[in-house]
Design a protein around this ligand. Structure first.
Ligand SMILES: [Fe+2]
Ligand SMILES: [Fe+2]
Length: 316
């Protein structure tokens, strides 16, 4: 079986090198040791496009640090939940043979490694999130600013009958695991504070193995689907790609409102920044280039209905 042979060859030393086994990090950020006015000491991120908007250019360094800190928080809060609620639900089903597919033993076993890795990623993401919340003195629950994303992920399955819902769960995880390396790299841009960089680097390192794993899972299950299931999963995939490609901007309603900006202004600035072809098509396509290649290799675009949908969306 060709995909499996390639997988076994390329997964190399994942077992020994996964962060949960090899890292001696404690993820203690020691943020209170940092002079809060010193931007070289703690730069949360430079990758926060909305701050280039005319309306926000005048914000001072401390305010910009707050906005980027909140963006980082959004990322780690979302990661914690996604890893254990979504990726691990699918990893559990693969490991315990809950799907109807023939899945080779080695992948079932490695699904438990995914489960372990993701549990660990959720742990350090939460630990970092708690520390940043304390540092920025945030007492509010930020989940309402993250939950819409999860609602969108959960709604993908509702287009089809309940018996096909597992295909949607699989699709969302295959899509997200193929994009996460790119997303972590983007999120890391401009973060100079070493303890936070270390957390991202460790996560990124593990995710290279995960994207290989889920790419292989897709190659193995796709040929086992009926024509109808292929059509459904193909549509789940494009819906998931739409959800994951969308910049998550709800957190700006929290952070920017602290500086007196109204909902309407924030909304307009999000629109000005992100509602264009550059964000909706070009950047999205770039983030999904590996996945699009995978789908092409597996013959997904040979199905006319799916080809039309991907073309219409501008992804192929
Ligand atoms: Fe992860
Ligand atoms: Fe992962």
């Amino acid at each position: 079986m060709q995909p499996l042979a390639t997988y076994i060859k390329t997964k190399k030393n994942w077992d020994e090198r996964s962060s949960v086994r090899s890292s001696d990090e404690t993820y203690d950020l020691k943020l209170n040791n940092i002079d809060s006015d010193n931007d070289t000491g703690l730069q949360f991120s430079t990758f926060c496009p909305i701050l280039n908007h005319e309306k926000f250019k005048h914000l001072d360094k401390r305010q910009k640090k707050y906005v980027t800190g909140l963006q980082l928080l959004e990322f780690v809060i979302k990661t914690t939940k996604f890893e254990v609620d979504h990726v691990n639900r699918v990893a559990n089903s693969i490991a315990l043979g809950k799907y109807k597919f023939d899945i080779p033993k080695v992948l079932k076993l490695d699904a438990l490694k995914i489960y372990t890795d993701e549990g660990y990623h959720a742990y350090f993401s939460q630990k970092i999130s708690d520390q940043i919340m304390d540092y920025l003195n945030i007492k509010d629950d930020l989940m309402p600013y993250v939950i819409k994303f999860f609602d969108k992920v959960d709604n993908i399955k509702l287009k089809f009958d309940k018996k096909y819902h597992y295909l949607s769960d699989l699709s969302s995880v295959i899509v997200s695991e193929s994009m996460i390396c790119n997303d972590i790299s983007e999120e890391m841009k401009g973060i100079v504070y070493e303890p936070i960089r270390v957390m991202f680097k460790e996560h990124l390192h593990d995710e290279y193995f995960h994207s290989n794993f889920f790419g292989t899972i897709f190659k193995i299950i796709w040929p086992q689907l009926s024509d109808k299931e292929k059509e459904i999963m193909g549509q789940n995939l494009i819906d998931a790609m739409n959800v994951f490609a969308e910049p998550r901007t709800d957190i700006y309603f929290y952070s920017l409102s602290k500086f007196g900006f109204s909902k309407e202004i924030i909304s307009k600035c999000i629109d000005d920044t992100h509602n264009n072809d550059e964000w909706k098509i070009e950047k999205a396509k770039k983030r999904m280039s590996n996945l699009l290649r995978l789908l092409d290799t597996c013959g997904v675009f040979k199905i006319q209905l799916l080809k039309n949908k991907f073309e219409k969306r501008g992804f192929i």
